[in-house]
Write a protein that binds this ligand. Sequence first.
Ligand code: SF4
Length: 495
Amino acid sequence: VSDDGGPDRVRWIFAGQLGSLFDDGGGRMLLIEARSVFGRRPMHRAKAHLLLSGIRHRAAELGDRVEFHQVDTYSAVVDGRDDLDVIDPTSYSARRYVRRLGARVLPSRGFVTSESDFALWAGSRGGKRLLLEDFYRSVRQRTGILMEGETPAGGQWNYDVSNRERPPRGAVTLGLPDPWWPEEDEIDAGVREDLDRWQADGLVQLVGLDAPRRFAVTEREANLALDSFIESRLNDFGPFEDATLTNDWTMAHSLLSAPLNLGLLDPLAVVTRVADEYEAGRAPLASVEGFVRQVMGWRDYVWHLYWHLGEDYRGSHNALGAKETLPREFTELDATTITANCLHHSIDGLRQHGWAHHIQRLMVIGNWALQRGYDPVALNDWFTDMFVDGTPWVMPANVIGMSQHADGGIVATKPYSSGGAYINTMTDYCGGCRYNPRVRLGPDACPFTAGYWAFLDRTEPVLAPNFRMKQPLAGLRRLADRGAVVAQEREREGL
Ligand code: SF4
């Protein structure tokens, strides 16, 4: 039987497999919209909308070729069938399920490197740390992307130092043209009606807004978004990758993570197109390399780590003893009572769009949670459910590892925490805030600055052996007002 099935086979595709990359042409397909998937945990409405709209648009595109079911559970359709082919799905639970059904499983797709490529690379490391940078270089060499023979384009592998410019002084926005926005259609209207009804019937718990839809749900739309990014944002993406402006929610970001994770774009084709812009002299290397590193480096790396670290990784680490329950402001995406301006806008932006960019995720929301010791599994699942690009595979390395250091240093060598000074450098939030990023004690004390010291105080016994924490902990021990700052942060209530 070939990979395109055969007359008696049906390819069952999932919500992360909606593009032609997952269709070998011509064969019969099965798509199932199972409502129970949306009722498992509270979910951002924009995310539920995107998944449903993506599934329904794909069903419409496939026409007669697809068997499309709208049911409560998958089992209503697939139990007892012996004709199913699947491309290996993207979570442990889905992989177990399709194997239990006896489906024929084809190797996964949707990443630049295959799972066997990664296994070979990891095996060749001889027990050394599986560093992102080493992995990224190996993928560059294997694919030839941004390579000039054996050497990296421009002579350097990594232009990260050029990707950290502050927002332009005095600017309210980056001044770029609007990104490409989708035009909603009757399918979106139907999705919205169904979500309203399901919510009214208590079948789902949705938070946040889903109007208007901002992310691509078809391959055609995803390619338009990619074209628009290359045309009007790529050149500014690199320098302002880490910068944030209150009134510019997209900055120069591509907004392609959601369509990539829906399987609407082939990531190798995407990075090839972007690299071609550098080759043609139309885009600066720092921007192109920064984008390629995100898609071909980090995205592939966290995908492979999901499998490499094992299913227990998400729930079996809590190195910093973080046990706090997520506050209502997070779970309900209600920023109205959040006084820290940076957190207020990051949570409210998430409420509006189901998306936030890198610095808002890592240095504002993640940093806040780390400092206050939020339960890492609850936070991981919250990120998965509240972000349009959140998936079970993408969040553990990002949240448990990188952001919360719950794994004690498997993914990142030190906790990703900082005080308000860094946020003040990279954003315009502090100017409009009632706190002062330079102050750690008293009514003006910035909760990130004071929170940083209180976090170090709490975790000092665990972090002391970490060589990279030597300097910050020495700083903590020199603080004359350490006790007062810690007491103040313990007393501060609410957000
Ligand atoms: Fe955030 Fe502190 Fe700046 Fe306010 S002063 S915006 S709380 S970093």
